[in-house]
Design a protein around this ligand. Structure first.
Ligand code: BGC
Length: 710
């Protein structure tokens, strides 16, 4: 394969010495990987050692069972990482995942997912960060910096507008260019410019009529010429329908590939359908990335990443992503108080989602196990749920659910009678009801009871528990161990507190317990809106925007709402959400003071103070939204332009936050001229604790229109 001599040669020299057969073999991979079991794919060893690629994004996905166990840490899912609003923490998570990849012999990590939460029911939303392009982009850049600091390449995916799973391999996503550039491409633009990923994965879907993996406009004009990307583009697994067009468009690596594709490309070059120069371009890019890889450098991996340290980091990351949605005096619970825990999720706790984004950790702390460490759990009730789950699922299924992949069909939750609930209410101090929702690659969630809505059993359970506990003056707490938004308005009045823990990774139970008793003061904020009900959702406005039904088998999805995604829609059109973007409570209270806004050249400097005026130490996520003046282009009511999480502030302590916004980042895309445009006028700076809890406002003026090319 490779001699020391060839390893020294420059990519250009290597390219010159390669035969056509070798070149064609280098741009087509294989999968799954041969060198690392369970890794998704590998490049072929042609003059340089092969590179192993493995999934993400919640941790490294490799096969755990070989001659011994090879576990990888299950970190919280990206939606929860985004809920931390803490890029430094996300960078540490990226670094830890990169180290695990490196120590298991993986060269390129297939994450993070940078698609947008356009649609609350997209099955892979948990793998994506947010409905907002800035938050998504900043988190993705931090994640990529972390992974790559370990010497492993990262692969932001799925480029672009792969925001639903239904018919993902052939659906045509129709998006106006303005929405595409401002919402769907923006996070990729940020991650490419700020973190220089080694690779980008092109998406399965078509974009405005062309497969993403075959779109020269997307992969060459926008990605390379406009943004300066210099890594490799690889296809999603089996994406597209024409490998020749893929190479022509700038999709350098076809994954997982096959010998037929190698033969097809060879034939295309011989017949003049594909020029050797076009092929060489991709070969050179792969050689350049290969030279940076651990395999090329002969790195001796240990198969022993520091799983203990990473378990601690998984806890810390989840701890900062916990969101307190409601709290009417119920939380924190006193440590050691007696609790009655309802719901099968206490036993079959969901660490992550399904599909290529799942992980095989060494252990998962279930919610029940975590609660037992901090509270006096009513064992009669919890063991009834344990028996029930075991009987319905079987031990093997549960093992798979915790440590591998298994899809738990929803079980009825109300396995106790009202008389029994009354007994539990009598002898406990509080009730905890766990609600779970799972989703995964390949399918979208359903607008049905048991998914977006509570199931009848869940509703009956919450009603009974609420009646019996409240009658005795005891609080009811809902814990949401869910992959994405659910409807809450019809039942939230029945509970006194709601703690959202998403899919929190392997330390799930500890994080839940510590947040309930106040060892963790929740500091997460929503990266995605919780709508009041389905008809309010912008993506639900057209039947084509509704994945799955109707139409049953969609060929196109039209992004009818344009730029009005998430809070941009709710705020502009006066639609009240259940919980707005950026929302999250704390056990303490923060005040915002002394805003100054100053425009200096291309920068708007925003500075203010956050003060902890409550009685618990806590962190606050301060958000800066900007409202543009009325001008030529439609503008959303406001857009997030900067944010900062404070350090841990003790009661009475304050932190001065200083943020800078580049004026160019206020631009909208003017389709009529094909340029970015910042319109002149007075802009309002809105600083606050959520998109609807604005505490301070200021203004600055842009004197003249600013136009620039993409
Ligand atoms: C997924 C990608 C993943 C790849 C390799 C595809 O089905 O869409 O996200 O990286 O498989 O497992």
């Amino acid at each position: 394969m490779t001699g020391a001599g060839t390893r020294e040669a420059s990519p250009e020299a290597l390219l010159k010495s390669m035969t056509l057969e070798e070149k064609v073999s280098l741009v087509v991979g294989w999968g799954p990987a041969r060198r690392v079991p369970g890794a998704a794919g590998e490049t072929r060893p042609v003059r340089v050692p092969s590179m192993v690629t493995a999934d993400g994004p919640s941790g490294l996905r490799i096969e755990p069972t070989r001659e011994r166990r090879w576990y990888a840490t299950a970190f919280p899912v990206p939606t929860m990482l985004a809920s931390t609003w803490n890029p430094e923490l996300v960078e540490k998570v990226g670094r830890a995942i990169g180290e695990e990849a490196r120590e298991y012999g993986v060269d390129i990590f297939l994450a993070p997912g940078v698609n947008i939460h356009r649609h609350p029911l997209c099955g892979r939303n948990f793998e994506y960060f947010s409905e907002d392009p800035l938050l998504s982009g900043v988190m993705a850049a931090a994640y990529v910096r972390g992974v790559q600091s370990a010497g492993v390449g990262a692969t932001p995916k799925h480029f672009a507008a792969n925001d639903q799973e239904t018919n993902r391999a052939m659906i045509d996503t129709v998006v106006p260019e303005r929405a595409l550039r401002e919402i769907y491409l923006k996070p990729f633009e940020i991650v490419v410019k700020e973190a220089k990923p080694w690779a980008i994965m092109s998406a399965y879907n078509k974009l405005n009529g062309k497969y993403c993996s075959q779109s020269e406009w997307l992969l060459t004009k926008v990605l390379r010429e406009e943004w300066g990307f210099d890594g490799i583009v690889m296809s999603d697994w089996g994406a597209g329908d024409n490998p020749v067009e893929q190479i022509k468009a700038g999709n350098d690596l076809i994954m997982p590939g096959s010998d037929q594709i190698v033969a097809r490309l060879l034939d295309a070059v011989k017949r003049g359908e594909l020029s050797e120069a076009e092929l060489d371009r991709s070969v050179l890019r792969i050689l350049e990335v290969a030279r940076r890889s651990l395999s090329y450098r002969g790195y001796k991996y240990s198969n022993q990443p520091d799983l203990e340290a990473h378990a601690q980091l998984a806890y810390e990351a989840a701890a900062e992503g916990v969101i307190l949605l409601k709290n009417e005096g119920a939380l924190p619970l006193r440590e050691g108080s007696r609790v009655a825990v309802f719901g099968t999720g206490q036993v079959e706790t969901l660490k992550g989602g399904m599909g290529s984004g799942h992980t095989h950790p060494k252990r998962v702390v279930t919610i029940l196990e975590g609660l037992r460490e901090r509270l006096r759990v009513d064992e009669e009730l919890s063991s009834a749920y344990e028996r029930y789950v075991l009987e319905k699922r079987g031990r093997e299924f549960l093992e798979k659910l915790y440590y591998d992949e298994a899809y738990p069909e929803p079980l009825p939750q109300d396995i106790v009678s009202e008389e029994q609930v009354a007994k539990f209410a009598e002898r406990n101090d509080a009730a905890i009801v766990v609600i779970t929702r799972i989703s995964g690659e390949g399918w979208d969630r359903r607008l049905e009871k048991g998914d977006f809505y509570l199931s009848d059993g869940e509703r009956r359970l919450i009603e009974m528990v609420s009646r019996q506990f409240r009658a005795r003056g005891k609080p009811v707490v809902a814990v949401l161990n869910i992959c994405g938004p659910i409807e809450v308005v019809s039942w939230r009045d029945l509970v006194d507190a709601i703690l959202l823990v998403w899919l929190p990774g392997q330390e799930a139970g500890r994080v839940v317990a510590d947040a309930l008793v106040g060892r963790i003061n929740p500091s997460g904020k929503l990266p995605t809106t919780f709508p009041k009900d389905w008809p309010d959702v912008p993506a639900a406005k057209s039947p084509e925007c509704y994945p799955g039904v109707p139409p049953e088998n969609p060929r196109t999805v039209k992004y009818c709402e344009g730029i009005y995604v998430g809070y941009r829609y709710y705020d502009t059109f006066g639609v009240e959400p259940a919980y707005e973007f950026g929302f999250g409570l704390s056990y303490t209270k923060f005040e915002y003071r002394n805003l100054t806004v100053e425009k200096a050249g291309d920068e708007v400097r925003v500075s203010f103070e956050v003060v902890n005026v409550g009685s618990y130490p806590g962190k606050e996520v301060a958000q800066v939204y900007v409202r543009a003046p009325k001008g030529k282009l439609d503008k959303p009511f406001q857009e997030l332009k900067a944010f900062k999480k404070t350090r841990l502030l003790k009661p009475g302590e304050s932190e001065r936050i200083e943020l800078a916004i580049n004026v160019k980042d206020l631009a909208s895309f003017d389709e009529s001229e094909g340029v970015w445009l910042v319109e002149r006028g007075v802009y309002e700076v809105r600083v606050g604790a959520s998109s609807r809890d604005v505490r301070l406002t200021g203004t600055f003026t842009v004197e003249n229109d600013i136009k620039f090319k993409p």
